[in-house]
Design a protein. Structure first.
Ligand code: ADP
Ligand code: MG
Length: 253
C-alpha cells in the first residue's frame, strides 16, 4: 500500500443496469481520518456506489483503489478483508438471534471458515474468541448491557448501532454506512453522531450516505453530492449546502 495515496479513491466509476445508468463517471476520494458524507436525492446512485466499492456488484467501468491498490471487481469478502466494512440501508439483523449473536456474525465473516461457520459447528476455542470479540465491539459502541436481548427488541437507533458493532468486528480501516440515521429520533441521531466522532478519533475513516442535511453538517469533513448518477458537487459542508445546484436538487427533486 502507498502511504501517500488517498485511503479510498474512486475514478470514473460507472454502473449500468439494462438501459439505466445508475452511476455515471463518478470520482471522489476519502482520506485517512476523514468522515465524508455522500448525499443526494433518492435514486441518485449512492447505495449502488457502496455496492460497487464493497464488491456486492462489479462496476461497468472505472477504478476503485484502496490504499493505492486496485480493488474494483473483487468479491465482497476479499474487500472486507482489506479493511472495508459496511452497513446496509435497511437494517439486516437476524430477528431470532440475540444482539451479541448478531454482532458475532461479523466476527464469523472475518474468521477462516467464513459466514457458513455462523450456522455450523465451530471448535469451542474459535467460538469463544468470536464471542469475546463481539462483546468487545458491543462495549465499544456502548451497548454491552444489551448483549442478551433479542436483537429486534431494541429501538431502531440501537439496532443501527448493533449493525455498526457487527461491521467493527471485521476490524475495518474504512466504514461505509448507508443511511445510518434514517428513521432515528433526534436524540438517537445525536448519539449516533457522537459515536461516529469517537470512532473517527480512534483512527477510523467513515463514508456515510445521508439524506438529512442537518445531520451531516456538524459531523462530516467533506460532502460529495450525487444526482441522477452523477457527481453534482463536492467540498466542505457549508460551501456545498450554499451551492445553488445542490439547493435545486434537494428542493426540486
Ligand atoms: P440511492 O441509494 O441514491 O437512493 P440507488 O443506488 O439505490 O440510489 O439507485 C440508483 C438507481 O439505480 C435507481 O434508479 C435504482 O432503481 C437503480 N438500481 C439500483 N439497483 C438496481 C438493480 N440491482 N437493478 C436495476 N436497477 C437498480
Ligand atoms: Mg440508497
Amino acid at each position: 500500500p502507498q502511504a501517500a495515496a488517498p485511503l479510498l479513491e474512486v475514478v470514473g466509476l460507472r454502473k449500468v443496469f439494462g438501459g439505466l445508468v445508475a452511476v455515471n463517471d463518478v470520482s471522489f476520494a476519502v482520506d485517512r481520518g476523514e468522515i465524508v458524507g455522500l448525499i443526494g436525492p433518492n435514486g441518485a446512485g449512492k447505495s449502488t456506489t457502496f455496492d460497487l466499492i464493497t464488491g456486492i456488484s462489479p462496476p461497468t467501468a472505472g477504478e476503485i483503489r484502496f490504499g493505492g491498490e486496485a480493488i474494483a471487481g473483487e468479491r465482497s469478502r476479499a474487500v472486507a478483508r482489506r479493511g472495508i466494512a459496511r452497513t446496509f440501508q435497511h437494517v439486516r439483523l437476524v430477528p431470532s438471534m440475540s444482539v451479541i449473536e448478531n454482532v458475532a456474525l461479523g466476527a464469523h465473516l472475518r474468521g477462516r471458515a467464513g459466514a457458513l461457520a455462523g450456522i455450523t459447528r465451530l471448535d469451542q476455542a474459535e467460538e469463544r474468541r468470536i464471542f469475546a470479540e463481539a462483546a468487545r465491539q458491543l462495549g465499544r459502541v456502548g451497548l454491552g448491557e444489551m448483549a442478551d436481548r433479542p436483537a429486534t427488541s431494541l429501538a431502531l437507533g440501537q439496532q443501527r448501532i448493533v449493525e455498526i458493532a457487527r461491521a467493527l468486528c471485521l476490524d475495518p480501516v474504512l466504514l461505509l454506512l448507508d443511511e445510518p440515521a434514517a428513521g432515528l429520533r433526534h436524540r438517537e441521531k445525536a448519539e449516533l453522531a457522537e459515536l461516529l466522532r469517537r470512532l473517527k478519533g480512534e483512527g477510523l475513516s467513515i463514508l456515510l450516505v445521508e439524506h438529512d442535511m442537518d445531520f451531516v453538517m456538524g459531523l462530516t469533513d467533506r460532502l460529495v453530492v450525487m444526482e441522477f448518477g452523477t457527481k453534482l458537487a463536492e467540498g466542505d459542508p457549508a460551501t456545498v449546502r450554499a451551492n445553488p445546484a445542490v439547493i435545486d436538487a434537494y428542493l426540486g427533486g
